[in-house]
Structure formats: C-alpha cells, structure tokens
Design a protein around this ligand. Sequence first.
Ligand code: SF4
Length: 425
Amino acid sequence: MIAGDELPRLLRGSRGRPLTVNQHDEIFGSVAAVHSTVEELEASGLTGRGGAGFATARKVRLLREQRGHHKFVVINAMEGEPASHKDRTLLSTNPHLVLDGALVLASMVGARRVAICAARDNPTVTNHLQRAIHERQRSSSRGPALELHSPPWRYVAGEESALVHWLDDNASLPQYRPNRPHILRIGHAPVLVDNAETCAHVGLIARYGADWFRRLGTDQSPGSALVSLSGAVSRPTVLEVALGTPLRAVLAAGGADGSPRAVLVGGYGGSWLAGRDLDLPFANESLQRVGVSVGAGVLVVLPEGACGLLETHRIVKWMAHESARQCGPCAFGLPALASDLERLVRGVRDADGAHDRLIERCGAIEGRGACRHPDGVVRLVRSAMTTFVEDVAAHRAGFACAASASTEHFATVPLLEREEELVWE
Ligand code: SF4
C-alpha cells in the first residue's frame, strides 16, 4: 500500500511506459480486490478533475436514481486544450488505474458498458488504452464491457455533452443543458461522465479508503491533483501535487521562471492570476477569493516583460476558431471579442473605443451559449482587464508596450494553430 502522505500517488512507474496489469497489481495491490461504496466516495470528498469540480459522489447518486439497466459510464480523456497534458501522461503511465476507477463507478451506478474516449489524433494514448483493455479482457470476461472510442480532436469535443452527442449520433456538438444537474443520455440510457484523472483517484480510494485519500490536500479540497505546467518553464511538464500547496511552490517544482508576471490558471477558459498572488494555496477555496479556480489543472507561466493582453488575444482568437458555431453569441461574439482585443493590443487610435466595446460584448455573450465555451472566454477577457490593468490603461491611451510590438513572446501560451477550417462530425 502506498503511504497516504506520499507523492506521487497517480504517476507511479516510468513515464511514457505504461504499467502492465501485473506491474500495476504489484504497485497498487490486486485489481480483484478493488471495490468501493458511494458512502466511501462521498467521505473522500473527491471532486472532478476535468474542470467543473463537481463532487464525484453527487454525480454517482444522481445516476443511481435513474431507472433501468442500460446505463453508461463515459471516461473523458479527450484533453482538448493544447496546454493540458495530464490525462495523456496518466494514461501513458498507469492506464489500469483509470480502468479500475471506471469499473468501480460502473458497479456503483449499475452500468453494463464503459466507453473510454481519447481523441483519435493521439494514437499513443489510444494504443496504450487498447493494450490495457485487451489485458483486462484476457484475464476476465466478467463485469461491464470496456470499449475504446476515438472522437476527432476539437476543443469543444471534450465538453461532456458534445462527447455524449458524438457517442450517440457521431456529432461532436455540445447540447443545450439547463443550468442545473442534468442527466445526459445515449439513446435512452443515462450516462455518467467522468474525467480520466478523476477515475484514477476513484481506483485508489476503492483500494485504500477515504481517510487515506484525505491525508493529502485540504479539508475542502482533499487529495492530490495533476498539473500541466507550461509557458516560462525550463520545459513543459506534468506534476502531481497535494491540493493546497502554495502556487509558488508548484511553479518552483516545475522549474518555472522565479518571478513571473502572471500565471494563467485553469486553462483557456480560466483566469490570469497576478505574480503577487502566487503565495495563495492551489485549491479552489483559496483561489476563488480572487476569482480564480483550479479548473483542469492547467498553469501557464507568463514571464516578466511579456504582454498579458497579447497572450489573451492569441487565446481568444484560437477559442473563437474552436467554437462549434451553433449559437449566435458564440459564433459572432467571440470573433468580435478577438477583433476588439487586437485593436486594444495594437494601441491603434480607437483602442479606447475597442476597450469599451469589449466590456459591453462580454456582458452580451455571457450565459447565452448552449455550452460554457463562450463563458470561459468572457472570464479570461475580464481577468486580463483586471490583472493587467496598467497595460490596459497604456494601450487604451494608444501606447502599445514593447512586448506587443515584438514577436519574441508570441509563444508563451501553447496553442496549436489550425490552418484548415474546422469540420464538425
Ligand atoms: S456556445 Fe459555442 S461552442 Fe457551445 S454549443 Fe454554442 S456555438 Fe457551440
């Protein structure tokens, strides 16, 4: 058994070389003994590591209330953000831990099928998963069926309603959902969707229990979490940290620039956090006091001298391109936001007007999309306006900073540029 206060918990083994089922058993204990109750899961306080941070046991209870035997568990390993690498690192190290958790969740909700979804553009991960599933199938034919699915990679294809839509109807388009807990379905079958990292934690809680899980982290944010660190770092990396670790210590562990200007926390739909706030613990209850959340564990370090407005513009332009273009505020609003931001960044003569339009548009877009994609962009833009307030004032007055005029810092935030038009399937 791994000691409860020891790290890593999830990333034991050599990176890039997945553990076989026998090696996995040796390190974590026998797969055959893996079993848990929803009460144990609830006591652990585990929350989803895919971004939204819902209590995992609460989602399980909702599914258990659904009638019928045809239920699905869907494991989301799509990882649509170019700055996020945690799920592929986990699946390239310990795919069986994710499968353990998926099977525990399936038995809790009474599902007969488990669909594991990894983007088809990521053949290394899909190969690791395929091998791990075959190993399971060779050792036992009992229990829920494990199926690998490979939807096309798009940012919103990993949004859970888009993923379920693709499994149901081959279309990676988000579905409208009311702003309250809502059951997604494949055909008539209710579906539980959980992120790959969340499942791996379930696999450990099922072995070692809730008290063990809570030996790391804080009361409100127990356990460890995977962090994808990039930007001004010696090299992009994935770390496993105890929730509640000061952000500055997380960055130091990843070899980040000693005194960054700001850090993008939570990903492209997340928020900028100023360098002066880096002593805050990496946990939602602390970060939310300054309007930031852990999200899917993405941290992008912006070095001193880089332009936060320029980087924000790059992300917004990319996010506008990734919209599924089914809702007006998203399809037209996001390109308009990108265009206003560009005018502000360049410090052109009507930069002041562009700034005011930008603020107005944020209000008009927020809450108007079928999914949360545009809300994430609005959050990012608003956080840029407050974190880089002095830059905003200078750009509004028509004085673009040196960084925005140079091409040197263009690659701080990792983006995959697409040249082709997106095709939705
Ligand atoms: S809000 Fe945007 S990404 Fe979401 S469903 Fe509508 S058009 Fe698609």
